[in-house]
Design a protein around this ligand. Sequence first.
Ligand code: PDD
Length: 286
Amino acid sequence: MPVVAYVDGEFFTDISQAKVSIEDRGYQFGDGVYEVIRSYDGKLFGTQEHMARLDRSLKEIELDLPPGMDIDAVTAVAREALARSTFASALIYIQVSRGTVPRDHSIPEESRSTLVVTVRPFTPATQEVWETGLAAITLPDQRWLRCDIKTVNLLANVLAITKARRMGFQEAILIREGVGVTECSRNNLFIVKDGLCLTAPRSNWILTGITRNFVLRLLAENNIPYEETFFDKGALLAADEVFLTGTGNEVMPITKIDEQLINEGQPGPLTRRIAELFREFVQKSI
Ligand code: PDD
């Protein structure tokens, strides 16, 4: 699969040539943050929002961009990488890690951050897959307490999605003890009950998804009632409709949870409407 990569000022068309030191703190400690942006028709979508979240993640872990770079410079690299790739539909991965220093846990007094960007072609789910919807399994949320930071530490997410897939499901819905349903391993989650949409509130328990935020804005603009609140597994299984949101999946129905069908295994009417509103919004925005 063709890929364009960028490492600290240099572009590569052969990803095997794009390398970072074994002493990079991203590799040794998971000491880094990232973003994933989607392109449509060769244009980045939600750039400002993704870059604002990257900026926030950087600040939350006291991480600087490489010397001489600001967020606009990172955006310019992402745009150039996409242009070089010539892909119309792509996922642009941007990672900043704390750079290469001899291994010691505490944040070094001085380090030069590493910026890595990759661009891969992206094929969205077919309409047939969308109409079938996804099957998700509920699992305990075993992540740390700062899920609002988009850190490269994704081990709990990795283990959750792996377990889900091995059991024949396409997503894992995470449930935090004493909190409720938080989100999925790689997507945010919404339920619909009696015409009301519910999703977990912005908090340290979830990643505040860019797609989630756009969906909330569309709900408000279209007078579709919603609440940002935690709900429990009982409410999840009793929902009329369930859907997830994320950069790659956009708005995707979940039609089966554990062994139970949702809306008789069909995407629900509100999910359909919101997915349509989101697609229109993307076309207007790019
Ligand atoms: N995942 N929640 C988690 C835990 C995520 O990792 C993601 C994104 C989302 C959705 O956020 P957004 O709408 O901004 O894509 C929610 C990305 C795509 C990934 O790790 O590949």
